[in-house]
Design a protein around this ligand. Structure first.
Ligand SMILES: C[S@@+](CC[C@H](N)C(=O)[O-])C[C@H]1O[C@@H](n2cnc3c(N)ncnc32)[C@H](O)[C@@H]1O
Length: 303
């Protein structure tokens, strides 16, 4: 937990935060409404005797009272998909609509891409991209298992992603669930900080800046880009969005989140950020008994 000391001044109730980081997470799943409604899924879980608790902010997110959530009847049938509660937030904030063109720029293994397809009633197109071929097979497997037929897969570096392969020139919405230092996954993966270094944070921040810029360029004017990470480092969060504000045509917008969270930072390590960064959300493990996440919502504006 030593690396987290750098966040002592920005996290309220820091010792409560550290204690939460040491507690293991419950087994969360998302109901896959492409295959079954919330009601049908809950009835199936009742029938097989698996207890559950529905998240207050999202009835499609459940914590299951079983140690093997992947071995339930509902999971075999693709009614549920193992996904951390807080990891279901970015797709909800992106708010994709049926019939739209949506780009998931960093999509593997597909938890959020298949969630986007479900939120769109599997109508429209979700282009699920990842630069890692090995992870693409997991993405394809999940898309098939969950019946997401609106999902198309591409394997490219999002930083210089070409739209030439499509018969349209911009997406309506884009999700950047960026590769990151994963500090916020510590409850699920106690080894998450083993290879932590400021050098790694700064090299991954360079990649994130390239991806967010391309995401904004590939999204139509008036369209939406959501930037998320599962890490606390401001260099990978507010500083990346600040870079986008300085280099691309976009603004940070508000969103409603039924989860307790802290606002985005407007300063870190002597670097000021735009005041609008306050509209971003920092979700800490001690606030809702979840993992950690950062989410910012951007609107693409006229050049
Ligand atoms: C946080 S994970 C994405 C998780 C995924 N959104 C989900 O919900 O299942 C970040 C992903 O970004 C991919 N990635 C890293 N650099 C990339 C790049 N330059 N272009 C596209 N994808 C990249 C990684 O392979 C990894 O799968």
């Amino acid at each position: 937990m030593e690396p987290f000391e750098r966040y002592r001044s920005i996290i309220d109730d820091f010792d409560v935060f550290l204690a939460a980081c040491r507690r293991p997470l419950g087994n969360a799943v998302r109901i896959n409404t492409i295959k079954a409604s919330v009601e049908r899924t809950l009835a199936a879980l009742d029938e097989e005797g698996v207890g559950y608790e529905q998240a207050d902010w999202n009835p499609r997110v459940l914590t299951l009272e079983t140690d093997s959530p992947g071995s339930t009847w509902t999971s075999f049938h693709g009614f549920t998909h193992g996904q951390e509660e807080v990891s279901a937030v970015p797709a909800v904030v992106l708010d994709p609509q049926p019939g739209e063109r949506v780009w998931d720029s960093c999509a593997a293994p597909g938890g959020k891409a298949t969630q986007l397809a479900a939120l769109m009633d599997d109508r429209g197109t979700v282009v699920a991209n990842d630069n890692n071929l090995g992870r693409i097979s997991a993405l394809r497997f999940n898309a098939e298992r969950l019946g997401a037929t609106s999902l198309a897969v591409t394997n490219a570096d999002a930083r210089n992603y070409s739209l030439n392969r499509f018969d349209f020139d911009a997406f309506d919405r884009t999700l950047v669930d960026a590769p990151c230092s994963c500090e916020g996954t510590i409850r699920k993966n106690p080894d998450a900080l083993d290879n932590w270094s400021e050098g790694h944070i700064s090299s991954v921040a360079g990649i994130q800046k390239g991806i967010i810029r391309r995401a904004i360029q590939a999204t139509r004017e008036g369209g939406t880009v959501v930037y998320s990470t599962c890490t606390f480092a401001p260099e990978e969060n507010e500083a990346v969005v600040q870079h986008a504000l300085e280099t691309e045509s976009c603004r940070v917008v508000d969103f409603d989140l039924g989860l307790e969270h802290a606002p985005g930072l407007t300063e870190w390590d002597g670097e000021p950020y735009d005041d609008s960064l306050e509209k971003a959300a920092r979700i800490y493990p001690h606030q809702n008994d979840t993992g950690g996440f950062f989410v910012a919502k951007l609107e693409v504006t006229a050049e």
